[in-house]
Design a binder for this molecule. Structure first.
Ligand code: SF4
Length: 231
């Protein structure tokens, strides 16, 4: 499968924030979010073709016992099920970071980190109508989200929030899943790739989380490293 990067870092987002982890970033995505922060794994996919054995060997060079399969969209990477199985066999904790547009189909996973994309992700005129339509059709699939929630031992729903209107949209989407989703499973992250931008939204978003019971999710990697590749 095409691998954009493999690196050892601290998990920056979600309920495992701070956990030393090896990140395996597959290259290629079925969406084209306008603000994508990993264009080298989506809009302009690049990387190295690697066999599952070579990826596992690379992971084993690091001391972490947590592995994060991310992208791009890892669930469209050929061989991803075999890679997850091999990691499970070796006792790793596996987080799968996915936009939840592809069902799990039995993939080995300890934490499904689901990040469905909101309306503000729609790509602009840089892309032709074909891609814009594909993005609109694929980005929100309540049945796929429900399948992940049913299948995974644990899950979190992570959303990037730019404005209070986004929260109303999120709540409407979650109702469409027909799942009982405890508010604590919903993590709201401020939108932004600088500490200043994150802080500017922290006040109102934090208060909103307090009022509704959602989890405010900091973006630790931005604080620690800035918006840099391989972190
Ligand atoms: S789903 Fe993720 S990787 Fe794909 S375009 Fe959107 S932000 Fe980028």
């Amino acid at each position: 499968m095409l691998i954009s990067e493999i690196f050892h870092s601290l998990q920056g987002e979600g309920q495992l924030a701070g956990m030393p982890s090896v990140f395996v970033r597959t290259s290629g995505c079925n969406l084209r979010c306008n603000w994508c922060d990993t264009p080298y794994a989506s809009w302009h996919p690049e990387g190295t073709a690697m066999e599952v054995e070579a990826i596992v060997a690379e992971i084993a060079k690091h001391p972490a016992r947590h592995v994060v399969l991310t992208g791009g969209e890892p669930m469209i990477a050929p061989g991803i099920h075999e890679l997850a199985f091999q990691l499970q066999e070796r006792g790793y904790h596996i987080t799968i970071e996915t936009a939840a547009t592809v069902p799990p189909r039995g993939i080995a996973c300890d934490l499904a980190s689901l990040s469905p994309k909101l309306a503000h992700s729609a790509p602009d005129a840089r892309l032709d109508d074909t891609w814009r339509r594909k993005h609109a059709e694929l980005r929100w699939q309540p049945a796929v989200v429900a399948a992940w929630i049913a299948a995974a031992p644990d899950y979190q729903l992570k959303f990037v929030v730019g404005s209070e209107a986004d929260v109303a949209e999120i709540e409407g989407l979650l109702r469409e899943t027909d799942c009982v989703i405890p508010p604590a499973k919903v993590l709201l992250m401020p939108e932004g790739v600088t500490v200043e931008a994150l802080r500017a939204k922290a006040g109102w978003l934090g208060e909103l989380c307090k009022a509704r019971g959602y989890r405010y999710a900091p973006r630790l990697h931005i604080e620690l490293y800035g918006n840099t590749r391989g972190t």
